[in-house]
Design a protein around this ligand. Sequence first.
Ligand code: 1CP
Length: 320
Amino acid sequence: MRQAGRYLPEYRAIKDRFGFWEMVRTPEIAAEVTLQPLRRFDLDAAILFSDIMTPLTSAGIQIEFNPGPCVTTPIRSHDAIRRLRLPHRSAIAPFVVNTIKMVREESVRPLIGFAGAPLTLAAYLVEGGGSADYGVLKRWLHDNTPAAHDLLRFLSDLTTRYLHLQIEAGVQAVQIFDSWAGIHSVRTYDEFGLPYLKQILAALDGTGVPRIYLAVGAAHLYRQIRTLPIEVISVDWRTPLDECRTLFPGKTLQGNLDPALLLASSKVVTEETRRTLRQGLGGPHIFNLGHGVLATTPPDNVARIVDIVHAYTRTEDDVL
Ligand code: 1CP
């Protein structure tokens, strides 16, 4: 999940001096921000500081951040899709390659690369930004099905190249963020989500790099998600891990403490972290939050959960 960001004073100090794109596109800064959480907490992995929108600018799309992504000219026509460029792998984000190399040189902790899922990227591109109900997106997908498939195919090709680029540069796992998967019906996800995810994930077969998939608010899609070629399923806080275990046989589960609970008392933080660990006992489990750290999180509570996770003995016969 997102572990850098505004809850850290050292992040805010950098953010006060630079724009978001400048931070992402300057390898020294992006590497520093990637490593900030690791300098403060004894975390087991780093996640690249970048954004799901990063590869899209290389296709000719203008994006600003305020604080979420704003697409200057939303993409809703065949013409706009035809104008998109599919750059050569090395031209997508050379600065990301340098950031990855710098982080790998500075830290022995595994580095996770990432990309947005095509349907989640399309949500921002078609709406022009975040939205309360994603009505424009949903209407557009169903009213303009051929154009929608053209856009999603383009995004899948770009994402495949972008993930290969990150793997070549040295990331040791990749995570696909499908933050808006949960807004869709099973039928819409079946047509516009799943096939493109399969295409991207299958293209990573044989790289030896574990593939992690996170779909937020998407328990109704788990029957579809079961069929994805992934090693790890990242679970948001809504569904207990022990319930997910039976749905995803043979997979590693990642998650799933509710990030909002890091705003609660230390008693709650401790109890809920231990509950998450117990619920993950039935098989391979990567402890994580169920979504990114909130900006109002006290850093001490992050330190607390890291300590609890490291002190936990997985063999203990804990009773819920
Ligand atoms: O810890 C890290 O270094 C992680 C870096 C990271 C990641 C993995 C950032 C930096 N963004 C992301 C992915 C991302 N970006 C997702 C998927 C993960 C998720 O659901 O949380 C999404 C949906 C975005 C889009 C985005 N970018 C948003 C959400 C807007 C919305 O519609 O809800 C926001 C606020 C951004 C800007 C952004 N990206 C990253 C940071 C730290 C920020 C905040 C910038 C700031 O104002 O300081």
